[in-house]
Design a protein around this ligand. Structure first.
Ligand code: ATR
Length: 286
């Protein structure tokens, strides 16, 4: 029940109708017995400053931030934590009595998803496919952790740009290659972890995979950040050769859990959040 004491959290972005965050966070609030609600706000490009002023005026406790505002929101916050600053993107805002702090739990959630599986990327060779916003968060957190990162992207120029930025901000050399069969074969030969941070394989293109199945092998950890479908072709083929697989649902749930913990200060009910997303998507996990 919503009462006079109910606290508000939400998400700002555009488009916003397909977000899984309200389902995930409201399930967590219910499970924890907290008097909070989480709602979606469609905030068009160019209106993020007004949205942040609204957050202050309405005393909204927390917001997630998604496309197209993750970078644009930063100048309107009072503080930005060091990881988010390096990445140049914020996906979570915490409002402490009018002091707004920005964080990037896409990055920390990705790392947490790996660590929860007992995989510490420190010193490991990691191949990251893609050079967009998701890849930027992932490459930064990996470089910061001390991984040896190689970025492969369809547009080599974009891969080089991202590698240069991450190398400069993390002081850890990141390399860049064009995403083609030969480079993939070479890079994967030395890699312990493969991350797909492109949109290849995402619904409706579910028959596509960014990697030829013949390049996959047992012992490789394959993390696909795509979560729709839950089991992408890449993950299926990786599983078939005996590679360890981690799906985008893990990253989605962990970025949500880490945001929620900042807002309410208690441990997030991760399994409840995961189950609720799976139910809302109407898919089995296998
Ligand atoms: P996000 O913010 O989610 O990372 P994005 O910035 O649009 O989204 O980036 C999408 C990534 O998927 C890019 O790396 C893109 O490659 P380009 O930089 O060459 O465009 C990659 N991508 C999308 N479709 C692809 C395809 N069919 N083959 C290979 N890479 C693809």
């Amino acid at each position: 029940m919503i009462s006079g004491a109910t606290r508000l959290c939400g998400i700002i972005g555009d488009p916003i109708e397909h977000t899984m965050s309200p389902v995930m966070h409201n399930a967590a609030f219910r499970k924890l017995g907290l008097d909070y609600v989480y709602v979606p706000f469609r905030v068009p490009k160019g209106e993020v400053e007004q949205a942040v002023r609204g957050m202050r005026a309405l005393n909204i406790r927390g917001l997630n931030v998604t496309i197209p505002h993750k970078t644009a929101v930063m100048p309107f916050l009072d503080e930005v934590d060091a990881t988010a600053e390096k990445i140049g993107a914020v996906n979570t805002i915490v409002n402490d009595d009018g002091v707004l702090t920005g964080y990037n739990t896409d990055a920390t959630g990705f790392l947490r998803a790996l660590l929860e599986r007992g995989i510490d990327p420190e010193w490991k060779s990691v191949v990251v496919l893609g050079a967009g916003g998701a890849s930027r968060a992932i490459c930064s957190v990996l470089a910061e952790r001390g991984s040896k990162v190689v970025i492969l992207n369809r547009s080599l120029e974009r891969a080089r740009g991202l590698a240069g930025e991450v190398s400069a901000s993390c002081g850890n050399e990141v390399s860049a290659l064009a995403l083609d069969g030969l480079n993939l074969a070479r890079a994967l030969g030395e890699a312990e972890v493969l991350v797909n941070a492109t949109s290849v394989g995402m619904s409706p293109g579910v028959d596509e995979s960014p990697v030829d199945a013949r390049l996959l092998r047992p012992g490789l950890v394959v993390f696909d950040i795509v979560y729709s479908p839950l089991r992408t072709r890449l993950l299926r083929e990786a599983g078939e050769v005996g590679a360890e697989t981690i799906g985008g649902l893990d990253m989605l749930v962990w970025q949500g859990a880490m945001a929620l913990e900042k807002w309410v200060g208690v441990e997030a009910p991760v399994e409840t959040m995961r189950a609720e997303v799976v139910r809302a998507m109407g898919e089995g996990e296998d």
